[in-house]
Design a protein around this ligand. Structure first.
Ligand code: RIB
Ligand code: CA
Length: 305
């Protein structure tokens, strides 16, 4: 089993990623969930994480709210994509229980001071960056960071940048330059992680509370200017890679982050061909077998209530 902490800003794709982790306790030992401001403000991302663990039948999973704003820049949320509460389409009731008291950054530090874990980073990297600044020694207990962020090609929130890196470019720079083992899953890969109509139809046949929520999220209307037909399951690739690395390919690269506040804010410069001759700091994934991936994700979701 892989001990993990999920740091997240639910968000529909975050939700499916969390459901995948909860569906496979034979693969993932989920210590806790730390919520961060991103798609929607942190109070809502934390409540959404509670809604998701309760949907999955795991109300015992502890959720902590973390950073309410990026390290330096003001928060940019993404309700135009995920809806006012961040979970459009899921049709979930309010959370029965609130997030735990205690700040997610403190909990992240305490968790990592106790034992090694892999960080599944599904949102802006503010919590992880703050934890590394407050307690640098935890780096020795971070087995690896697998993060959804960045892009080799066009961004999504801007032409230059993917949302998680755009929202907090300074935090992304801290994490990528902390000497950690980092696996980066960017838009160049996740935009091909879109469930096919056949996969969506199969989810509908499961007829469970989980499948109804996932089906609703996958079939909700999508803003026209986001450049893809269907909802990319960006964050699901993070636990998916940990569970089934054979479905992915990648290579070690140097990745730089633009921390300016101009048109290139949050741009990830992924030196795929090592033109700049800088030492690699990230393992960048570039392909996924999306058909087998979704077959296995749906097999896992079928195990949930
Ligand atoms: O750019 C996509 C990423 O930003 C995903 O993690 C999505 O949930 C949002 O956080
Ligand atoms: Ca996310």
């Amino acid at each position: 089993m892989i001990p993990i902490v999920i740091d997240t800003d639910p968000g529909q794709d975050d939700a499916v990623a969390i459901l995948l982790a909860l569906a496979r306790p034979d693969i993932f030992d989920l210590s806790c969930i730390t919520a961060v401001a991103g798609n929607v403000p942190v109070a809502q991302t934390a409540l959404n994480a509670r809604r998701i663990v309760e949907l999955a039948g795991h109300p015992e999973v502890l959720v902590y709210a973390g950073a309410a704003a990026p390290l330096v820049l003001p928060l940019t949320t993404a309700e135009f994509v995920c809806g006012p509460d961040g979970m459009d389409g899921a049709g979930l009731p309010p959370a029965a229980l609130p997030p735990e008291a205690g700040h997610a950054v403190s909990v992240l530090i305490e968790t990592l001071q106790r034992a090694p874990a892999t960080i599944c980073a599904l949102g802006p990297l503010t919590n992880l960056a703050l934890a590394l600044r407050l307690a640098p020694e935890i780096a020795g207990n971070i087995t690896q960071v697998v993060l959804m962020g960045g892009a080799m090609n066009l961004g999504n929130i801007t032409p230059a940048a993917e949302y998680n890196f755009y929202a907090d470019p300074h935090a992304a720079a801290v994490v990528l330059n902390a000497g950690l083992r980092v696996t980066l899953i960017g838009l160049h890969l996740t935009l091909s992680a879109i469930a096919s109509p056949a996969h969506v139809a199969r989810i509908a046949t499961l007829n469970t509370a989980t499948s109804r929520a996932v089906h609703g999220m996958l079939t909700r209307p999508r803003p026209g200017n986001l450049g893809s037909n269907g909802h990319p399951m960006h964050d699901v690739c993070v636990p998916g890679y940990l569970a089934w690395p054979e479905l992915f390919t990648g290579r070690d690269c140097h990745v730089g982050i633009d921390t300016s506040d101009g048109d290139l804010r949050g741009r990830s410069t992924i030196d795929w061909h090592n033109r700049l001759k800088r030492p690699a700091n990230v393992f960048v994934l570039d392909s996924i077998d999306a058909t087998v991936f979704f077959d296995r994700v749906i097999d896992a979701l079928a195990l949930l209530p």
